[in-house]
Design a protein around this ligand. Structure first.
Ligand code: 13P
Length: 132
């Protein structure tokens, strides 16, 4: 599965801890991230991630483009709802594209955990069938 991992600054520690906790799962996936999120995760796990630009410099838009070309299956995006982001339009555009293309999106660790457990039990195979 092609999975994008993104976290705003205040949520980066939580993302790192989440990827450590589920490293066994993420090792089996094809991972993408925005620049700084990926750098942090790779520094603290053994995961291999293809890093795009940093979010405020176009990384969110790059991941949005991957959604449009059917190159992302799932997004885990730990958003910070308490801090204004200079690139809020990019964030909104990314979330919008998830709905346009019906891409599963977790914006917090509780939802992300449920999605991962669901994938592990085979509930997400419908995406593979849709692509056939
Ligand atoms: O800003 C982000 C998402 O909107 C994340 O970008 P970084 O991973 O580069 O910090």
């Amino acid at each position: 599965m092609k999975i994008a991992l993104i976290a705003h600054d205040e949520k980066k520690n939580e993302m790192v801890n989440f990827t450590i906790a589920y490293e066994h799962f993420f090792q089996k996936q094809e991972l993408y991230s925005t620049g700084t999120t990926g750098k942090r995760i790779m520094a603290e796990t053994n995961l291999n991630i293809e890093r795009l630009m940093s979010g405020p410099l176009g990384g969110d838009q790059q991941i949005g483009a991957m959604i449009a070309t059917d190159d992302i299956d799932l997004i885990i995006f730990f958003r910070d709802p308490l801090t204004a982001q200079p690139h809020e339009p990019d964030v909104s555009a990314l979330l919008r594209l998830c709905d346009v293309y019906r891409i599963p999106l977790a914006t917090n660790s509780a939802t992300a955990e449920l999605l991962l457990k669901s994938i592990e039990s085979g509930d997400f195979d419908w995406r593979k069938h849709m692509k056939k």
